[in-house]
Design a protein around this ligand. Structure first.
Ligand SMILES: Cc1cc2nc3c(=O)[nH]c(=O)nc-3n(C[C@H](O)[C@H](O)[C@H](O)COP(=O)(O)OP(=O)(O)OC[C@H]3O[C@@H](n4cnc5c(N)ncnc54)[C@H](O)[C@@H]3O)c2cc1C
Length: 420
């Protein structure tokens, strides 16, 4: 049996960055990817907007992925494509990992694991839409796969439900390909996607965005023939008398992403109800020693640059673990405190006191707020603060904080109003 230092699960940008870092540190690595090519979701994101932070360039998704793929192909990494991780078992020392591929069902030993297996889209079943179940209901990611990878247009006239970024990008993409996008309907009173996507994908193409509105019924037997849309109240309940029928041949859903966490859960990793991903410390190690999480498997990111950054952090954490640092020292974790009314989440949730330098917090505000300051406090004393003219839930923020020479007892992240 081959023994690995680290098995990286998932060959998207998080797994690629983690693998590259481990390769540079001369670790024996296996990278497992269930699809036939590396790159993860980037393979189908042919629009630009990737890599502004990492490479100071507007790259397309495949171009961004290719930069990492070229680098790791030069190294000595065992890359297993068309290979699905079905089981991970904790051993006394390390883990046994089961992979299914054309070679059969095989198990491998590894000392550490990096979960970089991305996220999945919410489907129509998860948002309880009434009506028949005709063909023509797609998630936005599936529609993107049809258009960008298969070269097939899945609709001539569609309605998009949800204003998540993938839906917005698909509204533009389908319009450019000659389909009619009747409108984007969003149950909340504010959009879920990035402002730049509202402008560049909807406003620039005159595609209407209907806020506080939802799809209440789907019509059609074999294929969608139309949907019923209604306005909703502040509890997101349809308002009687506001419903109208929109003829269309497809309903495209962009109603949220959820981290893939079956493997983490099967290992008994503690999960965070806010992110729906694992609880991690500042090295991105989960509650199971030797298991790390990064990218969209940890929390859903809007920028790929931060996904790659988290892959590097997880890999460096795994390197320290392999070199005995994590084992030898007595770990003292502090909980990172924040108010749920102000923040949707903060990652990492725990802080290892022995790693005070250059720590990165990723967070999202609960509501859209103007003129605020984010403060990091240790025992009530401010050690970092940053002012923002506006914070919005769709736009993740990143704080880089150095706690060097600070006696760490507790950490709190706070939001306060500020004059800007
Ligand atoms: C439509 C869309 C548009 C976007 N636009 C932008 C943009 O303009 N700019 C920007 O910066 N970011 C953008 N993003 C965000 C960014 O691309 C993603 O956040 C990022 O690609 C996620 O990377 P990841 O490696 O965590 O996950 P993924 O890319 O999803 O990779 C996870 C990989 O794990 C594999 N996998 C899962 N389970 C298993 C298993 N059990 N065994 C083996 N393999 C497995 C999957 O096949 C997949 O390849 C966009 C995202 C989407 C979806």
């Amino acid at each position: 049996m081959i023994h690995y230092d680290v098995v990286v699960i998932g060959g998207g940008p998080a797994g690629l960055a983690a693998s590259k870092t481990l390769m540079d540190k001369n670790k024996k690595v296996m990278l497992v990817e269930r699809e036939n090519r590396l790159g993860g979701i980037l393979k189908q994101c042919i629009h630009d907007g990737f890599g502004l932070i990492q490479f100071k360039k507007m790259l397309t998704g495949p171009e961004y992925a290719e930069r990492y793929i070229d680098l790791i192909r030069e190294g000595d990494i065992d890359i297993k494509l068309l290979s699905f991780v079905t089981k991970v078992k904790k051993l006394d020392k390390g883990f046994e990992i089961t992979i299914v591929n054309k070679e059969g069902i095989n198990t491998y030993d590894t000392k550490a694991i990096i979960l970089a297996n991305g996220c999945r889209e919410r489907t129509s079943r998860q948002i309880s839409i009434q009506g028949t179940r005709p063909a023509g209901i797609f998630t936005a990611g599936t529609a993107q796969y049809f258009v960008n990878l298969l070269g097939v247009l899945p609709t001539k006239r569609c309605v998009i439900l949800g204003s998540g970024d993938i839906g917005l990008i698909m509204a533009r993409r389908l319009t450019l390909e000659g389909a009619e996008v009747e409108g984007v309907y969003e149950a909340k009173s504010t959009p879920s996607g990035l402002t730049r996507n509202i402008i560049q994908c909807l406003e620039d193409y005159d595609i209407p965005l209907h806020l506080s509105s939802t799809v209440t019924k789907v019509f059609g037997e074999e294929r969608v023939t139309g949907v019923e849309v209604s306005n909703v109240d502040d509890k997101m309940q349809p308002i009687k008398g506001t419903q109208r029928m929109v003829p269309c041949d497809a309903l495209i859903l962009s109603v949220g992403l959820i981290p893939e966490n079956e493997i983490a859960e099967s290992l008994g990793v503690e999960m965070d109800g806010n992110t729906k991903g694992p609880v991690v410390n500042n090295s991105l190690m989960t509650s199971v020693k030797g298991v790390y999480s990064c990218g969209n498997a940890l929390h859903v990111n809007d920028l790929v640059d931060y996904v790659s950054e988290s892959g590097v952090t997880a890999a460096l954490g795994a390197v320290n673990y392999l070199e005995g640092e994590e084992e030898s020292k007595k770990q003292e974790y502090i909980k990172v405190n924040y108010e749920n009314k102000d923040f949707m989440y903060v990652v990492p949730q725990l802080f290892d006191k022995s790693k005070p330098e250059n720590n990165i917090f990723y967070l999202r505000s609960r509501n859209s707020v103007k003129n605020v300051k984010l403060k990091v406090l240790v025992e009530g004393k401010e050690v970092f603060s940053k002012a923002y003219a506006e914070l919005k839930p769709p736009e993740m923020k990143r704080l880089q904080v150095n706690f060097k020479d600070i006696h760490l007892k507790n950490i709190e992240i706070k939001m306060e109003s500020a004059e800007i």
